[in-house]
Design a protein around this ligand. Structure first.
Ligand SMILES: Nc1ncnc2c1ncn2[C@@H]1O[C@H](COP(=O)(O)OP(=O)(O)O)[C@@H](O)[C@H]1O
Ligand SMILES: [Mg+2]
Length: 153
């Protein structure tokens, strides 16, 4: 069950308009596994939060075409692994950053709930600093139905 059945990798500039594009691409990538509407919606929400963090925090809203977000997806028979990474400022205290309501931008309509949302909508999340600077967020979501069951293969 650990066999990778598909992979996808893309890079997009850290612009806010790419948030909806990124979540639509990741949703489309896992549609072959016949996920439920709720599962797709959870994945989209989590991807939006991670991409928004790259735009707002990693590159501090510069919206430059040179500031890239990398999205890598691996699809397993019943699970999606999505990694969203940037080459931005990084996070000095990851444990603290992941606490509910913690934000370094309290004056800018940020709720501090992004990581909490990712944690609750996905089955697992790991956040790491990247060698050379930036942040790497890896999330996993298991699907309840097996592809074989729903498609009758
Ligand atoms: N990609 C990132 N690069 C740098 N800092 C980040 C990144 N993602 C999150 N952070 C830091 O973690 C904090 C918490 O993130 P989050 O839970 O999404 O709340 P919010 O985005 O509302 O501040 C942010 O305020 C920011 O300081
Ligand atoms: Mg956030």
């Amino acid at each position: 069950m650990n066999e990778i059945i598909n992979t996808m990798s893309m890079q997009i500039p850290a612009k806010s308009e790419n948030e909806s594009f990124a979540r639509a691409v990741v949703a489309a990538f896992c549609v072959g596994l016949n996920p439920t509407i709720d599962e797709v919606s959870d994945i989209k929400t989590a991807v939006s939060e991670a991409v928004t963090n790259c735009v707002v925090h990693a590159y501090q809203k510069r919206q430059s075409k040179d500031d890239l977000i990398t999205i890598e997806c691996k699809l397993f028979p019943q699970m999606l692994e999505v990694t969203i990474s940037d080459c931005g400022v990084g996070i000095s205290n990851i444990k603290q950053a992941m606490e509910p309501f913690y934000t370094t931008e309290p004056d800018n309509e940020r709720s501090g709930m992004g990581f909490t949302v990712m944690q609750s909508f996905m089955d697992s999340i790991s956040v790491n600093n990247r060698n050379g600077g930036g942040t790497v967020v890896t999330m996993r979501k298991h699907f309840t139905k097996e592809k074989a069951q729903v498609s009758g293969e």
